[in-house]
Ligand binder design. Structure first.
Ligand code: G3I
Length: 336
């Protein structure tokens, strides 16, 4: 492991993070994590289904382990995520008899109280530790005229769920930067809907400090110029920006599956990491951190989504060795 530490190479540009679970906090994984990264995100442990599976009953074991790890190792911590349409238990959207909450004023009040209680508990517990919260995740649907995803949150409470979430997060975690996070923000129609929402809410005084770009991309898509347009777009808002969930799939469609990954694709992947990190570094004044959605190729969500297949979207391989992708960032002349 006589190779440059990513966090040293990128010092002065932005923090470099990885999404982790308990498995990444042990042994060789922890060694790799500590050597290269100065920020971590809980890949699942802080989500609603993990922290409040039944109303008012909180389970902190996994989230606490990650928070304590960050503290012990002097790493920054991104909290992920307080309000989302996935990984949220069914009870959140149900009335006392198990039926669905409606958009009536009474049901809306029930939902917003649950949201407030949840955020008070989770963001309050970690107020001294979490530097950046993904308060709201994936709220945009660019195919809706108003750009807002028709989640249970939205259909029951309208935009008030976002107003409540950011207000309460600010109140209980006043030192955390509060983010709205989404995928495909490089797609013009989606990016523009997100921009309009953030502009509207900030004009109302809703405390949104930053925009998170997930950047789940692949070896062919998106182009650097589309990605640059994404970053450029949000500068007039005066918000912080972060790359929050980056990985680069070796596949360019949802159905292909290879028994082994050709070297040629790993080289293309290295070129993507090279070009996108070069772009991020040019925007260092606007980007405060870049997080990879995983530590190494032995544990990536893409090996089960959209289908089960061999994947290799990260910087380190299944044996935790640096891949061409790593060299694409640190020293492109060593990509082979
Ligand atoms: O923990 C259970 C385990 O008890 C059970 O036996 C097993 C069988 O299915 O499932 C385990 O839960 C899985 C969980 O990850 C923890 O590993 C879920 O099935 C699986 O669906 C879940 O996937 C997560 C996904 O979000 C679900 O929404 C991924 O790990 C996680 O990386 C992914 O992260 C999201 C971000 O939060 C938001 N942006 C997109 C990103 C990728 O989908």
């Amino acid at each position: 492991t006589d190779i440059p530490a990513l966090k040293t190479f990128l010092a002065g540009d932005f923090e470099i993070g990885a999404a982790v679970g308990r498995a990444q906090l042990l042994g060789n994984h922890a060694q790799l994590l500590n050597r290269h990264f100065d920020s971590i995100t809980a890949g699942n442990a802080m989500k609603w289904d993990a922290t409040e599976p039944t109303e008012g009953t909180y389970t902190w074991t996994d989230a606490d382990a990650i928070v304590n790890y960050a503290r012990t190792n002097g790493m920054r911590l991104r909290g992920h995520t307080l309000v989302w349409h996935n990984q949220t238990p069914a009870w959140v959207f149900q009335n006392a008899s198990g039926g669905p909450l409606t958009d009536s004023a009474a049901d809306k009040a029930i939902l917003l109280t649950r949201l407030e209680n949840h955020i008070r508990a989770v963001a309050g517990r970690y107020a001294a530790d979490v530097d950046h919260w993904d308060v709201a995740n994936e709220v945009i649907d660019e195919n809706q005229p108003d750009g807002l995803r028709r989640s249970d949150w939205y259909t029951i409470a309208g935009l008030d769920y976002l107003r409540t979430a950011f207000r309460v997060a600010r109140e209980v975690a006043p030192n955390a930067k509060l983010f709205i996070n989404d995928y495909n923000t490089n797609v013009t129609t989606k990016r523009d809907k997100l921009y309009a929402l953030v502009a509207q809410l900030r004009a109302e005084g809703v405390p949104i400090d930053g925009v998170g770009h997930q950047m789940h991309v692949n070896i062919d898509w998106p182009s650097v110029s589309e990605t640059e347009a994404m970053l450029h777009k949000f500068i007039p808002l005066g918000v912080d920006q972060q790359i929050t969930e980056m990985d680069v799939s070796v596949y360019t469609n949802g159905s292909e599956s290879l028994p082994a990954i050709p070297q040629e694709r790993l080289i293309k992947q290295a070129d993507r990491y090279r070009d996108l990190f070069a772009l991020y570094r040019r925007y260092r004044d606007d980007i405060s951190s870049v997080t990879l959605w995983g530590l190494a190729d032995d544990d990536t969500w893409l090996s089960t989504f959209p289908i089960a297949r061999l994947e290799a979207p990260l910087l380190f391989d299944t044996r935790l060795q640096a891949k061409p992708a790593y060299w694409g960032i640190v020293d492109p002349s060593r990509v082979t």
